[in-house]
Design a protein around this ligand. Structure first.
Ligand code: NDP
Ligand code: ZN
Length: 377
């Protein structure tokens, strides 16, 4: 009987469907930061094989988020190089694993900040994979589900990802503008949903960059009256043209007068040192102050216990990207309502990416750099 079972087992193994892809690693080429000084080089590497639940995406566009700069410059702790950044990725599906039904070859797909999670914890079950203790970030992470390989991001010609961590991009989407939604879009859409911003609410967006200019568009679409805070005069007209009621240059103290207790909802996307208590004071009693901007670890803004007590009754919370279900909702909402980032498209060369990083640091981009990955040589 035992021998029979063993023979049957062997027979099953021989006749079981073999994906044919399972063993083959995927050659990939990207633009990698080679040190924390922000120098980039063309870099060839391999991605894990396409598993039964995975898809292979040929990258069309990848955009530059300020978080990429934080990672490359080791603002948030030590990193490993070469590092291919990029967690705002849009492309076309070129292969699918045998269990995949969500995508077929030729579909548009997008990938954001994460590519896997445990699928089993309370966060995963609640569609909040970003808070799973075993989430795998799209780059600069060790992928425990694939032999601890180091993940590499979207400034590359392809990516392999579990289908659940890719969103469907509608065929009518503006592909050269959609990549930033995969991080800047969801990171701002999610707290606006969490705080249930609605028609007539007074909303403030602090930091009018890649994230901020998405937040303004979503808040306007929800019917809010929007005020923008930034540190430059260069973006005043852009904010008003976009539909903001008011633009405040926080470097001009006069403009800040009389604004306490003004807003139902404030979103801070600021990536550098600032005074959060100033925004907490501007939040109405029972209003929400949501924080998504994440400055360097050695340059962290603080709210004190006294701030919370003396400015009591206001809700302060932080928010990290959004889960995959909400990311899909955000993509569908954005495409349906023609909400896209304003982008500057660049070719995929080390020099141009280095220049773009400098411009983001200097505040010289309106509003997101998108790398055309098809131009990578
Ligand atoms: P950008 O550089 O595109 O935009 C930041 C904006 O904030 C710029 O317009 C900048 O002005 C402005 N700014 C800087 N300092 C101040 C200040 N003191 N007061 C008001 N405005 C200020 O960055 P992103 O939008 O790409 O990212 C913003 C932050 O969000 C980053 O820290 C990033 O890491 C974080 N992030 C967080 C995520 C999350 O899940 N929570 C996800 C994605 C990003 P100027 O351009 O003139 O310098
Ligand atoms: Zn990002």
């Amino acid at each position: 009987m035992k021998i029979f079972n063993v023979l049957m087992g062997l027979l099953c193994l021989m006749t079981a469907p073999v994906s044919g892809l399972a063993q083959e690693k995927i050659p990939s080429k990207g633009l990698a930061a080679v040190s924390n000084k922000g120098k980039f080089e063309v870099y060839e590497f391999e991605r894990h094989a396409i598993g039964d639940n995975d898809i292979l995406i040929e990258t069309m566009y990848a955009s530059i988020c300020h978080s990429d700069l934080h990672h490359v410059h080791e603002d948030w702790g030590s990193e490993e190089y070469p590092m291919v950044p990029g967690h705002e990725i849009a492309g076309r599906v070129t292969q699918v694993g045998k269990n995949v039904i969500k995508f077929k070859v030729g579909d548009y797909a997008g990938v954001g900040c994460m590519i896997n999670s445990c699928g089993d914890c309370n966060y995963c079950k609640a569609n909040l994979e970003q808070y799973c203790k075993n989430v795998v970030m799209t780059y600069h992470a060790h992928d425990q589900y694939h032999g601890d390989e180091i993940t590499q991001g979207g400034y590359s010609n392809n990516i392999v990802v579990k289908d659940q961590f890719a969103v469907k991009i509608p065929e009518n989407a503006k592909m050269d503008q959609i990549a930033p939604l995969l991080c800047a879009g969801i990171t701002t859409y999610s707290p606006l949903m969490q705080s249930e911003v609605k028609q007539g609410d007074k909303v403030a967006v602090a930091g009018y960059g890649g994230l901020g200019h998405m937040a303004v568009q979503y808040a306007l679409k929800l019917g809010a009256e929007v005020t923008v805070f930034d540190i430059t005069e260069d973006k005043r007209q852009d904010a008003l043209d976009m539909g903001a009621t008011k633009y405040v240059n926080v470097n001009n103290e006069d403009e800040l007068k009389g604004m306490d207790d003004s807003f139902d909802f404030i979103l801070s996307t600021i990536p550098a040192m600032y005074e959060p208590a100033m925004y907490l004071k501007m939040t109405k009693y029972k209003g929400d102050f949501a924080i998504v901007g994440l400055p360097a670890l050695d340059n962290q803004p603080t709210l004190t216990v006294a701030n919370f007590v003396f400015l009591g009754g206001r809700n302060v919370y932080g928010s990290q990207i959004g889960g995959m279900k909400e990311t899909q909702e955000m993509i569908d909402f954005s495409v349906e309502n023609n909400i896209y980032p304003m982008v500057e498209i660049i070719e995929a060369t080390p020099n141009l990416v280095e220049e773009a990083y400098q411009n983001v640091l200097d505040g010289n981009v309106k509003f997101r750099y998108v790398i055309d990955m098809k131009t990578l040589k």
